[in-house]
Design a protein around this ligand. Structure first.
Ligand code: SF4
Length: 371
């Protein structure tokens, strides 16, 4: 047996025994694979499983998903971030009903023209759902092969990417692409992990050049990540006659279609309280008073670290509760309980969770205003 054959057979035997019982692995339905793949982008597997199971109960098939409202889809997606993905899933489901008889197509070309399906997802659907011999290189596979081949260049460099794809293509067995691609990713997730790979338990250790050379901890070589940009934001939770004001972001905005408390970025020299009052007036036309600090939450995004200062406040006397919307497509005055039926961005959802902590002094003070 040559090295490639030994690698394949050791990896496939290991996968047959050690693969995780993920819910979409029972039947490999194309709809399930598609949803799991999109959910799995930048999200830990345990979280994906929880969201996936809930999603499949709510939208068990493509017709059920295509008939859902955007708000229902956003709500089911809430907490996964990157809401354009949820919007694209809905658009794609509708296109599948109109153009593909309600089925996920089985060719990369047809998949690639659907919203939100890029080359990786198309390859994943073809190989995992339809068992086609299409190579699949995700971050786990990159790491495994950078170690197996002891590659001293960053995997994100164009030449290295090409080399990794070539390796996967050469090793992919024509009779088991579904199992092989998943086995590679599973090895990266469970054994050849980023920080402490379990080399003694690795089924392909005999083929691993980095293990032989003692360079495992230096592979893959990483490109320096750019520093995150700090952003300071402020928002106001306006209360009026026992209800809170929320508004829906414009569709083409960042977090478009999600709900929020009005607010925005602080300007230089401005306090958080001044920024909250100014943003409220700019976005709604409301004049507010009695701003009281409620909470400060920090949330990390890919490029930004956002510190959000939130205040409870009231409408000034004699004002109408009808806003002039400048940065939103819709508004509602809702009770605290009703907040749970709207989809919010992660930072604002953190604020809502804090409202549910009864010992929070700001919430206790606020109980006098909001029911
Ligand atoms: S021997 Fe270690 S570094 Fe090499 S593939 Fe296995 S787990 Fe990864």
């Amino acid at each position: 047996m040559n090295t490639a054959q030994r690698f394949r057979s050791a990896l496939l035997a290991w996968f047959a025994e050690h693969q995780r019982p993920l819910p979409w692995r029972t039947h490999y339905q194309p709809y399930a694979i598609w949803i799991a793949e999109i959910m799995g982008q930048q999200t830990q597997m345990e979280r994906v499983v929880v969201y996936f199971q809930r999603w499949m109960k709510q939208f068990p098939d493509i017709p059920a998903l295509a008939a859902a409202s955007e708000q229902a889809v956003f709500k089911a997606w809430e907490g996964l971030g990157y809401y354009s993905r949820a919007r694209n899933i809905l658009k794609t489901a509708q296109l599948l009903i109109e153009q593909h008889d309600g089925k996920v197509p089985n060719s990369q070309a047809a998949l690639l023209i659907l919203p939100g399906i890029g080359s990786y997802t198309a390859a994943a659907i073809c190989s995992i759902a339809f068992n086609q011999p299409v190579p699949l290189v995700d971050a786990n596979v990159e790491r495994v092969f950078c170690r197996i081949e002891d590659i001293a260049e960053p995997p994100k460099q164009a030449a290295t990417k090409k080399r990794l794809l070539q390796l996967c293509t050469e090793l992919l067995p024509a009779d088991a692409p579904r199992q092989f691609n998943q086995a590679l990713m599973e090895l990266g997730a469970l054994v050849c992990t980023p920080r402490t790979p379990a080399c003694p338990a690795c089924p392909v250790r005999d083929c691993c050049r980095a293990f032989a050379a003692g360079t495992v901890s230096q592979r893959p070589v990483s490109l320096k990540k750019p520093e995150k940009v700090d952003l300071s934001m402020a928002c106001g939770i306006i209360t009026h006659e026992g209800r809170m004001y929320i508004q829906q972001r414009l569709p083409d905005d960042i977090w478009g279609g999600l709900w929020e408390f009005p607010g925005g970025q602080m300007k230089e020299g401005e306090t958080a309280e001044q920024a909250a009052a100014r943003e409220i007036t700019e976005e709604t036309g409301f004049q507010v008073t009695d701003l009281r600090p409620f909470a400060v939450v920090v949330h990390h995004y890919t490029k930004y670290r956002v510190t959000l200062h939130a205040f409870f406040c009231r409408l000034e006397e004699g004002q109408t509760a009808e806003p002039t919307l400048q940065a939103a497509s819709a508004f509602r005055w809702v009770s605290q309980e009703e907040l749970d039926s709207f989809a919010f961005s992660s930072g604002h959802r953190k604020l809502i969770r804090k409202m549910n902590i009864p010992e929070n002094p700001a919430v206790r003070r606020q109980r006098g205003h909001v029911t």
